[in-house]
Design a protein around this ligand. Structure first.
Ligand SMILES: Cc1ncc(COP(=O)(O)O)c(C=O)c1O
Length: 446
């Protein structure tokens, strides 16, 4: 644990974890732990998570929504990142969890997370997964299509269970996000569309179901959403739909979810709206829609993923080779890349970086931070001004906690990096680095 430095301000405030500081040696500290010392102990690349950041953001979500709505549940979207340690931390914080697979259900339970606090999503849940969810007592199953409605009805009936479900509806709304992460448009693989009557037909079928209890509706518009307007538009559409289902079929809602997609700051030039702004928008739009249509105010379920864990996570790499192409670009290569963070290659996502062993050195050159994998597209940052980087320097990328490790691969048979959870000056290794032997662990002997 290093001494906190009280000199110049920490760079990237709002992007690095909330406990980040700089010590007198110019090292980055997170939760009082020296990132340079951690890299010496565990090697690089590694991922660290600041527990205080995750806990603080969970509490911020709960209070911002509870101040504005009478009944709210915050469900962390586990697809952003999940391991048993995080599941345990979240159970301790009293939030729920949005899961999308049998694997997420199993891992969450192995961390002590209660199944009744989970909502199970997905556009093609298998019969096995649905059975596991019903038998585990998953609190809500979010029905995405007619096929799984039929499957689930049978599975629940066979077990004598009345399973609480919500219906995921595609409202036909553009959330102005990346085409690969927009989900509210009519042309989407997710949810039952309003147009054409598929959503309405499912409501009628559920009204008459003995084994499924329809508690309400769910929409998820995309991710990350920096604007408020898509939430307003989504809620206007859904209150109108809820009123129509009541008027035409006598079905009232008790619960409603506007999904997740709340933004995260990746670079200083694009700060996310405050959590309170989303809460205010959702509460105001919902109250207005309910008043307009004479609907009861439902219990609201929100599903933040990236914004809960993104800022807590920092990826730490060591600099190796430099390639200077005069008049073109300088590539500085690090020892990780697209296997642990596919987002720049897949979505063109932007990141920024600090030099964790030289936090007070001024920027001297503009370089690209390249990954080590065999794709030209494996560039983590296309252009960034940093101190002159030497082999051995530690490049740390903030805002790396969400969808990096969740989408990691063994491309080039890279070993997956270790994960450390940091709290009060102590680092807990929650996942070790993969070994070469792990790389053949699933192979049959020759
Ligand atoms: C249904 C649903 N809820 C919540 C989320 C979480 O989104 P984010 O991590 O951007 O908050 C997603 C992301 O894909 C989703 O599909």
């Amino acid at each position: 644990m290093g001494d906190a430095y009280s000199g110049p301000e920490l760079p990237l405030v709002g992007l690095l974890p909330i406990t980040a500081t700089i010590d007198t040696a110019g090292h980055l500290l997170v939760a009082g732990c020296d990132v340079v010392a951690l890299s010496e102990e565990h090697g690089t690349p590694f991922y660290l998570y600041d527990e205080a950041t995750i806990r603080t953001i969970c509490r911020e979500y709960r209070s911002a929504f509870a101040e504005r709505l009478p009944r709210v549940r915050v469900l962390y979207a586990a697809k952003a990142f999940l391991n048993p340690a995080l599941a345990g931390l979240l159970a301790d914080e009293g939030v729920g969890m949005d899961i999308v697979s049998g694997g997420e259900l199993w891992v969450a339970q192995s961390g002590g997370f209660p199944a009744e606090q989970m909502a199970f999503h997905g556009n093609n849940k298998s019969e096995i997964e649905l059975t596991e969810a019903v038998e585990a007592g998953v609190g809500r199953i979010i029905l995405d299509n007619e096929h799984e409605l039929g499957l689930l009805e049978r599975i629940a009936a066979e077990r004598g269970v009345r399973q609480a479900v919500m219906l995921r509806v595609t409202p036909g709304i553009d959330a102005h996000t990346h085409t690969k992460t927009t989900t509210g448009l009519v042309d989407s693989k997710f949810g039952l569309p309003l147009v054409g009557g598929a959503a309405e037909a499912a409501v009628v079928r559920l009204r008459d179901s003995e084994s499924l209890d329809l508690t309400g509706y769910h929409v998820h518009l995309g991710s990350p959403i920096f604007e408020m307007q898509p939430y307003e538009a989504g809620i206007a559409v859904m209150t109108e739909f809820a009123a129509a289902m009541r008027d035409r079929h006598g079905v009232t809602w008790r619960e409603f979810s506007p999904g997740g997609g709340f933004a995260l700051g990746y670079t200083p030039d694009k700060p996310p709206p405050p959590i309170a702004a989303y809460a205010e928008t959702i509460a105001t739009a919902l109250r207005a829609g309910c008043a307009q249509h004479g609907l009861p105010l439902p219990e609201v379920h929100i599903e933040p993923g990236r914004s809960v864990v993104g800022r807590a996570g920092v990826a730490v790499y060591t600099v190796g080779a430099r390639k200077e192409i005069p008049g073109v670009r300088t590539y500085v290569s690090v020892d990780g890349g697209m296997a642990d963070n596919i987002r720049p290659a897949m979505y063109g996502s932007a990141y920024t970086a600090v030099v964790a062993n030289r936090m007070r050195d001024a920027a001297e050159e503009t370089v690209a931070i390249a990954g080590k994998f065999c794709e030209s597209g494996d560039v983590l940052i296309k252009e960034i001004a940093l101190p002159h980087l030497q082999p051995g320097d530690l490049v740390a990328l903030p805002a790396s906690g969400a969808y990096n490790l969740a989408m990691e691969s063994n491309y080039n048979l890279a070993q997956r990096p270790p994960v450390l959870f940091l709290r009060d000056g102590a680092a807990r290794l929650v996942r070790r680095r993969q070994t070469y032997r792990d790389l053949v662990a699933l192979e049959e002997p020759l």
